[in-house]
Design a protein around this ligand. Structure first.
Ligand code: ATP
Length: 250
């Protein structure tokens, strides 16, 4: 579980995250939405200690993040908005293997993870490709594969679908759905719910650094447009139809 208590983060005079207390369960699929500048990225960067709270605290699996950064970064995997900054190796396979190698895993286990992760982003058989020859969307997929290969308890993806084509997006969504069903917490950060609204257990919407909306998609969909969050009409209708049914995982 990821838990924040009274979390506040300031950049100078700007209060980017303002007294946020929330808990995200294992296996829960959360869509974190909000307009540009509402504080989404700043909030999730606290989940694995990339930022330090000005006030409040963050716990992952009951342990204070600031007190054990290595544990937090092993348990919470992140894919950022600029994935090219996350790529570290010359080839696709070496890049995806980098994290599992640092965990000290056996070669066979590393190979299994790399193969599964690359298949999940439609890059199977591309292990030997050079990273510097990939398109932007392909690099994004490598970054997602790298996070998947770590098999973290929680996976946080910040605007993960921006550069992905339809088959890749569908493949990643299928993988996230399967991960969530098997107990991995998934947090998808976005200001556009078109791909993900129908998959979430819960939608959080931020405004001015605070959590303004928190609920099941069917319960909150009507209030989202007021926070500059894109909700397509068909998704609204689909979500309302589903709200009568039991919640599903991502
Ligand atoms: N490194 C920084 N230095 C100063 N101010 C920052 C920094 N990063 C973010 N901010 C400010 O903090 C506020 C929240 O930004 P943040 O990036 O967390 O929002 P966001 O909801 O993720 O936005 P977006 O959807 O545009 O990525 C904004 O006012 C932003 O200008």
């Amino acid at each position: 579980m990821i838990r924040t208590e009274g979390l506040t983060h300031r950049y100078g005079d700007v209060v980017a995250v303002d007294d946020v207390s929330l808990a995200i369960d294992d296996g829960e699929c959360v869509v974190l939405a909000g307009a540009n500048g509402s504080g989404k990225t700043t909030l999730v960067r606290h989940f694995n200690g990339l930022l330090e709270p000005d006030e409040g605290r963050v716990e992952v699996n009951g342990r204070d993040v600031a007190g054990d950064l290595v544990a937090a970064r092993t348990v919470v995997g992140m894919v950022f908005q600029e994935p090219r900054d996350q790529l570290v190796a010359a080839t696709v396979g070496a890049d995806v293997a980098f994290g599992p190698e640092n965990l000290g895993l056996a070669r066979g286990e590393i190979d299994r993870r790399v193969e599964e992760a690359l298949a999940a982003v439609n890059l199977a058989n591309r292990r030997e490709d050079r990273v510097d020859e990939l398109s932007g969307g392909e690099r994004e997929r490598v970054a997602i594969a790298g996070a998947l290969a770590m098999e973290p308890d929680h996976l946080v993806l910040d605007e993960p679908f921006t550069g992905l084509d339809d088959p890749a997006r569908k493949s990643v969504l299928d993988r996230l759905r399967a991960l969530s069903a098997s107990g991995t917490g998934v947090v998808i950060v976005t200001h556009d719910l078109r791909d993900v609204l129908g998959l979430a257990d819960r939608v959080l919407a931020m405004a001015d650094g605070r959590v303004a909306v928190d609920g099941a998609p069917g319960d909150v969909v009507d209030s989202l447009a007021g926070y500059d969050i894109r909700v397509p009409e068909r998704a609204e209708a689909d979500t309302r139809d589903r709200s009568a049914r039991p919640p599903r995982r991502c």
